[in-house]
Design a protein around this ligand. Structure first.
Ligand code: MF3
Ligand code: CO
Length: 258
């Protein structure tokens, strides 16, 4: 069952989303060569709590941290470790924030220092795929219009979408219906209606679509060791079109979050 949110709930999710966006911007500035992943997680958790929020991931099904930090070939759900960021890494940071019982969820993949042009292209394509997917989050479209658009952008660039990981509804719970795959034929799945709130999240690789889970039973990497990227926004379907609830207000790196 897809939970449609009231205007007040969407506004509450946007307040949670502001904390998510500001946390990502802060972590993007701290993510320099030499910083450890554990340090980033501590900074994020302190910041979220100072803002009155709760890190949604921490304790979710036993997950031990505020952030998912997934470097290079790791695509999602990386548990922060003592790994030290090095120039040339690309690092995905994914987090949820709960504020007054409402949740927003977003992810951004950062380059550390100077990165290879092909890594930059992977990030650009993933971000472009997310923006194109968000554009499809319109009343009267179907869930798979988002999926199909993301797949088209990613595969046109010669990259792969992961099939076994999906976007999702979000808001009152971290993971609500519907599932939002990043591939598929258009025009399928539930029709999009006002008040639906969706976490749209292309997860892509520079190689093949297969992934493997690590022994920690959380972290997931590309099976072929290729670089991966993950961008995510929480989006409300409204009469005025898609409304991004996790949009950044401050510059991140050279660009702006969409
Ligand atoms: N934020 C992730 C998502 O995009 C969920 C992470 S679950 C966790 O859906 F427990 F690993 F944090
Ligand atoms: Co998500």
């Amino acid at each position: 069952m897809i939970i449609r949110k009231s205007q007040a709930e969407i506004e509450g999710m946007a307040r949670a989303g502001d904390i998510v966006a500001d946390t990502l911007a802060m972590i993007g500035e701290e993510l320099r060569p030499g910083v450890s992943m554990l340090e980033l997680d501590r900074l994020a958790e302190d910041y979220i709590r100072e803002r009155g929020g709760v890190p949604t991931s921490k304790g979710y099904r036993g997950y031990p941290a505020a952030l998912c930090i997934s470097p290079n070939a790791m695509i999602v759900h990386g548990i922060p470790t003592n790994y030290i960021a090095a120039a040339g890494d690309i690092v995905s940071i994914d987090l949820g924030v709960t504020l007054d019982g409402l949740i927003a969820d977003s992810a951004y993949t950062f380059g550390v220092g100077e990165i290879f042009p092909e890594a930059q292209r992977l990030l650009d394509v993933c971000q472009e795929a997310l923006a194109a997917g968000i554009e499809q989050a319109r009343i009267g479209n179907h869930v798979s219009d988002i999926s199909h658009t993301i797949q088209t952008v990613v595969e046109a660039a010669g990259f792969s979408v992961v099939r076994s990981l999906v976007g999702h509804g979000v808001g009152r719970a971290y993971h609500e219906d519907p599932q939002i795959p990043n591939f598929g034929a258009p025009g399928r799945g539930p029709e999009l209606l006002p008040g639906m709130t969706l976490a749209i999240e292309p997860m892509i690789t520079a190689g093949g679509p297969d992934v493997v889970m690590h022994a920690d039973e959380w972290s997931i990497s590309s099976a072929d060791g290729s670089l991966t990227a993950h961008f995510e926004h929480t989006v409300a379907v409204t009469e005025e079109g898609p409304k991004v609830l996790t949009a950044a207000k401050r510059p991140v790196e050279a660009g702006l979050l969409p």
